[in-house]
Ligand binder design. Structure first.
Ligand SMILES: [Zn+2]
Ligand SMILES: [Zn+2]
Length: 338
């Protein structure tokens, strides 16, 4: 059966086209093989190849030490290292003024672009990180989100992870990225409008969705503080949403306990996807708001198995050949075993 489904939060449509007997195994990828290749600038010992860290976690005598590096300084023995991107999409110290000349509208490319190096170990998979390391990664997310969100003119902070070349990762060393922008991106602004429209003073549209999906065939797994499910209108096969049960607008509002719990559920989802699809490329992206209380933060995990082609670019409508109900049953099944 083929049908068009609308996203919960935005005017975005997906064709669920299970017209041929496609099984998840048809989507299995060959696995991501890195060429043994050149020197990795994210590996310990090569810190001089990068700009000075804006945030470093080190362990000294069993204690966590938080540092930043100055110009000529590079510290050794770090656990997590955050550095400015060498080739930033947006930069601080640019005037974000808006110019309109007829049809042409532009805003200065002000912002910030940083890389979060998640572990000193080059060959570790994110889905295999220890609880301790996972916690430090999310703690670094939080600290840098806070720092960038408080910069003047910043309206949004995009936090995401690209894994594998097809998902846009140019280096295989485990890392995430964070980009601060001087505008609220269209997708987020559309979602925000939807959250505001359905806000009843204490709960939002996503709280209603959570309630329904917790017992639907799209449910994947949950723990004390977060729920994972395949969204009704997924733009990617095996797309999963991880949502905090409590209504919070961004990662800063998670307590440390909630943060670890949220991170662990995310890691488990990624592990299951890794097993089912044989280490596929993927993106995960945080959807959150700096200021809008009505917004409910969530994380989207998007395996990159399908290609956007003419129809997608022309219409913005994506064709997805794996119904989310089927993906959820697979992912949920594997998650019970791990
Ligand atoms: Zn490396
Ligand atoms: Zn909510």
């Amino acid at each position: 059966m083929t049908e068009l489904r609308r996203d919960y939060l935005a005017e975005r449509w997906v064709v669920i086209a299970r017209e041929r007997a496609m099984r998840p195994s048809d989507l299995k990828v060959e696995g991501i093989h890195q060429s043994p290749s050149s020197i990795c600038p994210f590996c310990p010992g090569n810190e001089h190849m990068t700009l000075p860290a804006t945030l470093l976690y080190l362990e000294r005598d069993g204690e966590l030490v938080v540092k930043a590096e100055s110009d000529s300084e590079r510290l050794k023995g770090w656990l997590v290292r955050v550095i400015p991107n060498m080739y930033p999409a947006l930069r601080p110290n640019v005037n974000p003024a808006r110019h309109c000349e007829g049809f042409m509208v532009r805003v200065g490319g002000m912002g910030a672009h940083e890389v979060i190096i998640e572990t000193p170990e080059h060959d570790t998979q994110f889905c295999d990180l220890s609880d301790r390391q996972l916690f430090l990664v999310f703690k670094a997310y939080t600290e840098r989100f806070k720092a960038l969100a408080s910069l003047p003119h910043v309206k949004y902070v995009s936090l995401f992870r690209n894994y594998g070349k097809e998902a846009g990762a140019s280096l295989s060393h485990p890392h995430s990225q964070i980009i601060a922008t001087p505008i609220i991106p269209p997708r987020i602004s559309e979602e925000t409008a939807s959250f505001k429209e359905r806000w009843n003073g204490s709960s939002c549209i996503l709280d209603e969705v959570l309630e329904q999906e917790a017992s639907s065939e799209r449910f994947v797994d949950e723990n004390e503080f977060a729920v994972a499910f395949c969204p009704y209108a997924p733009i990617a096969p095996f797309e999963v949403l991880v949502v905090p049960k409590r209504h919070i607008k961004n990662i800063l509002e998670l307590s440390e306990k909630e943060m670890l719990s949220f991170a662990r559920l995310t890691r488990k989802v990624l592990k299951a996807i890794h097993i089912i699809l044989n280490d596929p490329p993927y993106n995960y992206t945080f959807h959150q708001s700096i200021l809008d209380e009505e917004y409910h933060m969530h994380l989207r995990v998007l395996p990159r198995l399908s290609i956007f082609a003419g129809f997608e670019f022309n219409t913005g409508i994506v064709i997805n050949t794996i119904p989310p109900e089927e993906a959820a049953s697979q992912i949920g099944g594997v998650m019970k075993e791990i």
